[in-house]
Design a protein around this ligand. Structure first.
Ligand code: HPA
Length: 293
């Protein structure tokens, strides 16, 4: 028996109920899910033949509380591929338990999704990075996980996956290769990077000492999302591709006058949004799926 405090609040039947309800609301049968990060919700607007469903109308679904996150699921076709977009995600800093943060990911699995594309806004720790760079996620560091805050804590939900899922292949290498290729074809090589994303709980931004430490530990970018979702997606066998928009540079120097703030994050999102959308759209059209994935 697991102690009461570690019990996840959703049963398999809860996930199933939500997924079945969604399937009854739309004819779309998505193979790809796209999670839109802060300021990147515009991606969802690119979908054709949309079915739009507000989180507040979906049984069991948490509500998005952050400025820059709309709070809607959008079903539709992106470049001919059936997709579902999360316009607005959930974060630990909103006060949600971690199993609520990742609830939509298991719903995607039950909808038939095979590939999840994660996007986020992140602070650049790598000294070579510039504001506006797009970082393809090669790996992650799960800082809350070091302290036991992992979305898979508690009884294992066997219908979704194994007790001890592997994470050394979390970010699909074929998809990374494809994204690299698409980026080069689009002429984005100057601002396309590849690196390690570190998640923290937030909502306070990092201190200078924390940024220095994270950089020395091998993180290239820091943010407050994505990793929990990636873990749950991998647990249930979906392929993952992630990209971070570097919206600000982490302050590493006591002489610096720079201060991280959410407005800057949203502004940079607007500046680079068009190119990021083009990258994701071209990428999606080239992802291959098969019936027995
Ligand atoms: N730190 C944490 N999260 C972030 C940042 C940052 O500098 N920028 C965007 N999200």
């Amino acid at each position: 028996m697991f102690p009461e405090s570690t019990k996840a609040g959703y049963t398999f039947e809860d996930y199933k109920l939500t997924a079945d309800w969604l399937l009854s609301q739309t004819e779309h049968r998505p193979l790809i899910a796209i999670v839109c990060g802060s300021g990147l919700g515009g991606l969802a607007d690119m979908l054709k033949d949309q079915t739009v469903i507000k989180y507040s109308d979906i049984p069991n679904f948490p509500q998005s509380t952050v400025h820059g996150h709309a709070g809607r699921l959008i079903f539709g076709n992106l470049n001919g591929k059936p997709c579902v977009c999360m316009q607005g995600r959930f974060h630990l800093y909103e006060g949600y338990p971690i199993w609520k943060v990742t609830f939509p990911i298991r719903i995607f699995k039950l909808l038939g999704v095979q590939t999840v594309i994660m996007t986020n806004a992140a602070g650049g720790l790598n000294q070579d990075y510039k504001v506006g760079d797009i970082m393809l996620m090669k790996d992650h560091i799960n800082m809350p996980g070091f302290a036991g805050n992992n979305p898979l804590v508690g009884p294992n939900e066997e219908q979704f996956g194994a007790r001890f899922p592997c994470m050394s292949d979390a970010y699909d290498r074929d998809l990374l290769k494809l994204a690299r290729k698409m980026g080069a074809e689009l002429g984005y090589s100057d601002f396309l990077r590849e690196g390690v994303y570190c998640v923290l709980g937030g909502p306070s931004f990092e201190t200078i000492a924390e940024c220095r430490m994270l950089n020395r530990l091998g993180a290239d970018a820091v943010g407050m999302s994505t990793v929990h979702e990636v873990i749950v997606a991998r647990h249930c066998g979906m392929r993952v591709f992630g990209l971070s928009l570097i919206t600000n540079l982490a302050v590493m120097d006591y002489e610096s006058e720079q201060r991280a703030n959410h407005e800057e994050v949203l502004e940079t999102g607007k500046l680079r949004a068009g190119q990021l959308e083009k990258l994701v759209t071209s990428f999606v059209s080239r992802i291959e799926h098969n019936n027995n994935f």
